[in-house]
Every structure is written in structure tokens, then in C-alpha cells.
Design a protein around this ligand. Sequence first.
Ligand code: MG
Length: 255
Amino acid sequence: MIKPLILAAAVLFAGGTAAAQPKVIAHRGYWTAPGSAQNSLTAFTKADSIGVYGSEIDVWLTADDRLIVNHDRVYQGTDIDMEKASAKEIMQIVLPNGKENIPSLDDYLSLVASKPDTRLILEMKSLSDLRREDLAAEKIVRALRKHKLVERTDIIAFSINACLAFKKLLPDTKIYYLNGDLPPKSIKALGLAGIDYSMGNLRRNPHWVQQAHELGLEVNVWTVDSEEDMKYFIEQGVDYITTDYPERLQALLKQ
Ligand code: MG
């Protein structure tokens, strides 16, 4: 009797492992939903309303040392540079949904704090000066502490300097590297939680997923929008998929 039981347990275990599904992260919030906009407060609310694991934002440090939430360095159709303009000037920009402006990080975190079911995936944008990156990391950590969100936030950055600045400030927080130029073993040596690489990068280096897992690291992939790509990365066994179409991914994962 024992042998069949062990076999059944092994089959169950293997099945359980294979069935581990990637968690869904809404890229720049659920901005493709009606009435939403990238990195808007609405985008976080919409992401929260469909029950994603996490919602991502991009954070800049302005010329007057404030933190604002936006993706591009220069806002499309303007000459306003996020690092060179004041927060006041930046926050006058109306988002494409016509009903809200570029938010401050403080306003964004107030909203996140009110919606406890969704994790925040916070990307700090690379800045032109490493000392300003260190300052931005300090200010972001202070803001997360103010809103009691440290435990509900994961950090991502293209800048190794920024990743290490956060690691020093928040040793227990998960920090993922975005730039795609380092193999998992280097990320492990730096003490980071994992890799958060582009689709193209992980398609070119498919062995990195397994290597990362063997090292106890996690793998996130962006920005995965087509069903074909979603299926590929589900099959690859990544831990997180970052997408502009979170409901499309959720529907696939339910099949
Ligand atoms: Mg981003």
C-alpha cells in the first residue's frame, strides 16, 4: 500500500508544481480599461477592481525634489522633462482620460493604502545623477513608511545603483532588476529578489528562468500583451507577468 501512496503523492506534488500560475501585474495600472490612463489614480482603482496581484507605477524625482508618478521623461506633446521641471508644473498636465492630472506619489500612495488587496509594484526611474537616485530612493522609502505600505510594495528599477540604494534602506523588501543585462547569478550575488526582464530578453535567454529558480530568485516578464506571448511565458513557468491587458491574462489563466 505504501508504494502506490508515495506514487500518488509524487504525482500530486508534480501536478501542484506544474500548476503554479504566474501572478498578474497591471503595467502602469489597468490603463487600457475604459476611462483610465497610464499611471493614473483611476488605473490603480481599475486594477484593484479586477483582483490583480499587483499594479505597477513609475516614479520620478522632480527638479524641486518631489516625487511624481509618470512614465516618460518628457511628457508627450510638451517639453516638460520630469527631472528638470517642478512638481507644480508637472502636476498641471492633464492625463488623456481628461479627468485627472499627473499625480504626486503622496496622492497615489493614499489611494493604494485605501485598497489593501492589491500590491504596489513601484518602479523608480533612472535619474541623470546617482546622488539624486539615492535621494529619490530615500524619499520613496520615507513616503512608503508614511503610508504604511513598505510590506505591500515591491521595488523595480533599471538602475543597479537604485536597486542597491533600496536594498540598503529596505533589506527585507523584494527588489527586482529590469535592465536585462545581468544573468541570474549576478542578481543573486547582489542580494536582489529576482529579474524583471523584457519578453525579448527572456525569449533570447530562456534558460534564465530555470537558472533564476534554481538560485531561489523570482522571474517577472514585461510587457506581455498578446495571448500567444502570455501562453509562452505561462509555459516557461515565470512567477509574474506584467501586462497592459490584465483581464486577458486572467481569462487565459482560468482556462
Ligand atoms: Mg514601469
